[in-house]
Design a protein around this ligand. Structure first.
Ligand SMILES: [Zn+2]
Ligand SMILES: [Zn+2]
Length: 86
């Protein structure tokens, strides 16, 4: 049985190096290999935004804000159209 060495890298730069059966990493870390560093601060995250929870929140609320603004604009246009026909 060939052993691999976990290549999981901690935030401070240390490598786990635990012997493991999976080339993805040891039993603690192999699931975390899918994590990508936050585009803002580099914290490994499993978030689909590519941002850690702290920074994804910022982007998420911004997307929400833009959506709300767009809806407001539509509502504005709709009420203007109505006013034209009154
Ligand atoms: Zn590990
Ligand atoms: Zn972040």
């Amino acid at each position: 049985m060939a052993f691999y060495s976990c290549s999981y890298t901690y935030i401070d730069g240390r490598v786990c190096e635990k012997k493991c059966y999976r080339k993805e990493g040891c039993h603690i870390h192999w699931k975390r290999r899918t994590r990508i560093p936050c585009g803002e601060c580099g914290t490994p995250t499993a978030s689909s935004y590519g941002m850690c929870t702290k920074h994804a929140g910022k982007y998420y609320s911004k997307a929400n804000y833009d959506k709300n603004k767009l809806q407001d604009k539509k509502r504005d246009q709709a009420s203007r159209v109505i006013q034209k026909y009154v």
